[in-house]
Write a protein that binds this ligand. Sequence first.
Ligand code: SAM
Ligand code: SF4
Length: 355
Amino acid sequence: MTSPTRLEDSFGRTVQDLRISVTDRCNFRCLYCLPETEAAANFYRGRFHGTESSDASKPITHTWKPKSQFLEFEEIERVVRLAAGFGVNKIRITGGEPLLRPRLEELIARITSIPGMHDVAITTNGTGFLKKGKLLRDAGLHRVSFSLDSLDRENFKRVTGRDGLQEVLESIQWAKELGLSPVKVNAVIIRELNDHEIEPLAEFARDHELSMRFIEFMPLDSQRTWKKHLVIPGTEMLERLQKRHTLTPLPAKHPSETSKRWRFQEGNGEVGIIAPVTEPFCGNCNRIRLTADGQIRTCLFSLVENDLKPMLRNGNADAEIEDYLRKVVWKKEERHHIGEDDFVQPSRPMSSIGG
Ligand code: SAM
Ligand code: SF4
């Protein structure tokens, strides 16, 4: 019997996109990810209406993984090479904050030199990019996405726990100058926190020719503070944007695209909406994740992890690892269950899964 040449799951989906977390550490404390600041406590206090599923009395007791458990660059490169053999051609490096991983440019060079890697990107909060951006671009990085949830210095501080707005703005500009276009910008929108900034953020994207992505808040934060009423549904975001601008829908580049996109009548920027909570896109999901400590996760909301590290460290042959990947992907979950009675939040927060 010949082995399948693709990573297929039991629901007919084919994995082509691998997201790799290179560290679980982060220098930010975003209110929707690691809400561990006083500002976060103040924001969530008083916003619990008491009846929804998230259980704030049970914060995730996440601990930082020992760095000795992080996969080495050679190990990550090997996984990517084997995945490329199955047709995986899209890699996103993430974290935690990926720029905190020393010598990240070496990993980018290793990955971009693997044949078939058409799209190698990083997602970053932007700190450190002014120093690292050119090294990353020269190593072959294709694209970069920045997180930017506010254009107001005080609100940025409240959302991220850091006084870092200026550095992110400069980093975005630097990425454009380095030719890492189109530069993407992600904003997680939370009711009464930054929803009043949807319009200014969209206009910022239009004026600076950026691809803005507004993302619904998902139950993946470390303190289990997520509540449905804090989610601004994608339809509400779109209605608000359409009140201000004439937006023309853009065709999906690929069926697995997570965002719906529009361009402005004026300018070259675009806006997109990623609505995993109210308009799930699981049916076309082609992604799996590799955590910094070597676990394969077949869904953001997986409750089961698949430890690849022992195979990488115990001398298993490529064929054995390929076989393992095939078996793991076959069991990929059909969909997430956010908002349903049986929903269980994973034990890792987003910072440790890799967004
Ligand atoms: N530290 C980097 C950053 O913030 O860009 C990369 C890692 S971060 C976990 C990746 C993405 O996940 C970010 O764009 C962030 O906005 C998003 N994210 C984190 N927690 C989220 C949540 N609870 N709901 C929706 N998106 C979330
Ligand atoms: Fe914020 Fe990214 Fe750090 Fe999470 S991992 S706290 S989203 S900067």
